[in-house]
Design a binder for this molecule. Sequence first.
Ligand code: SF4
Length: 361
Amino acid sequence: MSTANFDFKSGDQLSPRSILIWRIVQTAVWLIGATILTCLLFFPSVGVILFWNILIPVAPALFVLAVGVWRNVCPLATTNLLPRQLGLSKRKKLSATQLGLLNLIAVIALFVIVPLRHAVFNNNGVATGIMIIAMAAIGVTMGFFYEWKSAWCSGLCPVHPVEKLYGGNVLLSIPNANCDQCMNCVIPCPDSTPNVNPKISAKTVYHKISGLLIIGGLPGFIWGWFHVPDEHQITSLATFFGVYEIPLMGLAVTLVAYLILSNVLDAKYERKLISIFAASGVSCYYWYRIPALIGFGKFAPDGLLYSLKDVIPDWIVPIIPILTTVFFFYWLVIRKRNNKSWVVRPQFANKAENLQANLLA
Ligand code: SF4
C-alpha cells in the first residue's frame, strides 16, 4: 500500500520514503525552532515576536484541526525523543499512577507558567529561551529512562493537556512519524485513540483531577488571562502574584460551572459538554488574541504582531472573533465525531503482550 498518502490504518508501517520525508520535515521544523530559540537568547525582541506572537497564536487552531501534525514535528518532541531514536533510552514503562501524576503536574504547570507571561516572558526573550531549554533538559532526561512519548509528550508537557482538550475531532489521522513500533507506553495512547478527550482515562485520582481542571478550568483561565496587562516592571511581590488573580478567578468560575453541569446532565451528554468547554476555550483565546495581534487589543501594544489600525476600519475587528467562534463551535460541537485519532498507531511490537495490556487497561 502507498504510504505517501494519508489513507493509513492501525498497524500500517511507514515506507522508507515516507520516513525520509518526515525526517526532513522534522529537521526543518527543528531548525526553525532552534532559530527562534537563538533569537530569544541573542535577539530577544525578535525572538519574542517569533515565539509569542507568531508560533504560539497558531498552535491552538492547529491542535483543533490536526494536532497530529504538531505531535510529529514539535521541535521539543524531536529533541526529547532523541535518546529513544538513538537507542540510548532504558525504555521503562510508567505505571498508571506515575502517568496520572505527570498529567496532573502538567496541568498545574500550565496554569503556573502562562500567567508568568504577563510578569516575565512576554517582555523577556532570554527568560523565555531559558524556560524552553529547561523544558528540553527535563524532557531529554526523561527520554533516557522512559519509553517513547510516555514521560514528556504524553506526560509532563504542559501543552499536552490543551492538545487533549482541543484535539477531540481532528480533520485527519496522519502517520506516526516518531514511534517505529507501538510499545503501548501509554494506555490509552492519546495519539492513537480516536476522538480523544481529557477524561479518556480515569484510572487514578490524578487523571480525574487533571481532566476536571483542564476541561472546566481552561475557558475561564483564558478569559482571565486576557484581562491582565503585561507588567513591564515588577516592583513588588504583590505585582508579581497579581498576574494570577483574574486567571485563577476565571478558572474557578468555569470549573464550578462545569462540575455542576456534568453532575446535573445525563452521562450521555458528557462528551458534548467537554466539546462545548473545548470550543469555549479556543474561541475565547482567538476572541482576544486576533484583535491584539493586529493592534486592537484591550492593552495595546501588548501582544502586537503588526498594527492594522490605520489600514482596516474599527467595525471589521469584532466580526473576526465572531467568525472564529462560529467556526470552532461548528468544528468541535456541531460537527459529527469522525472516529479519527491524531496519528495512526504503528504495528505493535509484541501483539500478545499488548493485547493483554489492552485488556488490563
Ligand atoms: S503509539 Fe504506542 S509507542 Fe507510540 S506513544 Fe502511543 S502507546 Fe507509546
